[in-house]
Design a protein around this ligand. Structure first.
Ligand code: NAP
Length: 298
């Protein structure tokens, strides 16, 4: 058996094309473009790279991007003051605070200062709280886990009643992915570093989501034949045969698992592109909500 390979880049391209069209329509109809503000604190190279990529993508689809940088030793009050100012700026429809923030900053308090309707990253405590409750709907859902669900839908997975296993319980991926699966009526098991018999638990899964940050940890004998496997992992490993001396791999051993799974995302090229595409889509939606509120730039 050879798995269907779920092409995240193709799905993300379609999302970006739609946002490009919608942003152009908004500019001609409403006279302004959607706007996303990014807040980057400190000089973590990975965070700098993520913010750069997000801003570049904004430019390409016609979303105005407002980049704000703060030094690593900025105070809690300074970060909150900046986010508060962006919250009041009508040109800014979405605010993205790049996480993680330095240790001396109370992350939850910062996220709390983002107005709910500008929380395009979906990490405001109220949006996360609503995600945990039956019958409640967050205004925005975190982009990576939302991308996981979108790819499962694209691949034709039936979530209702399915046995789903999520490997990883982080705030940004594992836990919200598990909650989204519960909302879709899957029966969900969340695994973590203290889980016993990880391979055995994973083998029960009709849907397996791997978000552990361990290169190629999920082997073919962890996977139920025909399962849908979504690999969120993105890990850099040494590879002397590669031009740069390293390459990127997921949390799933793609080569062996593709012979067992029914459908599988590659990494890179699976969930990764969906994250920024989701952010663009959320920003577009936030801008539409601003139009509905009559909240326009001067
Ligand atoms: P994280 O915060 O480090 O969380 C990892 C989770 O995996 C934790 O819950 C941890 O358990 C669990 N874990 C770690 N080692 C384990 C092991 N040996 N056995 C069982 N469980 C284990 O990571 P994250 O931020 O969720 O990211 C996970 C992966 O996704 C990374 O490769 C990251 O680069 C990637 N990622 C990709 C995207 C994207 O594609 N757009 C976005 C975000 C993250 P404990 O809770 O017990 O510590």
């Amino acid at each position: 058996m050879s798995a269907i390979i779920i092409d995240g880049e193709a799905v993300a391209t379609r999302i970006r094309e739609q946002v490009t069209k919608d942003a152009a329509d908004m500019l001609s109809t409403d006279g302004f473009a959607p706007g996303l503000a990014t807040v980057l604190m400190g000089d973590n190279p990975a965070s700098q790279q993520y913010v750069r990529m997000k801003r570049n993508r904004c430019k390409k689809v016609g979303i105005e991007s407002f980049g704000h940088e703060l030094p690593a030793d900025a105070s809690q009050a300074e970060v909150e003051e900046l986010v508060g100012r962006l919250g009041a700026d009508p040109r800014v429809h979405g605010i993205l605070v790049q996480l993680p923030l330095p240790d001396h900053i109370d992350e939850e308090a910062v996220l709390n200062t983002i107005p709910l309707y500008k929380d395009v990253d979906g990490f405001h405590p109220v949006n996360i709280g609503r995600l945990t409750m039956k019958g409640r709907k967050p205004l925005f859902v975190p982009c990576t886990p939302a991308g996981v669900i979108r790819l499962l839908d694209e691949a034709g997975a039936v979530l209702e009643g399915a046995e789903a296993v999520v490997l990883g319980r982080s705030n940004i991926v594992g836990m919200p992915a598990a909650l989204l699966l519960v909302h879709r009526n899957a029966t969900v098991t969340v695994c973590h570093s203290r889980t016993r018999d990880l391979p055995g638990v994973c083998r029960r899964a009709d849907i397996l989501v791997a978000a552990v940050g361990r290169p190629m940890m999920v082997k073919s004998d962890w996977v139920k034949p025909g399962a849908f496997v979504i690999d969120v992992g993105s890990n850099r490993i040494e590879d002397p045969t590669a031009k740069r001396g390293y390459r990127w791999v997921g949390d799933v051993d793609f080569e062996s698992v593709k012979d067992v799974a029914g459908a599988l995302t590659p990494s890179p090229g699976g969930v990764g592109p969906m994250t920024i595409a989701g952010l663009l889509e959320n920003t577009m939606r936030a801008a539409r909500m601003a139009v509905e509120r009559g909240d326009r730039p001067a």
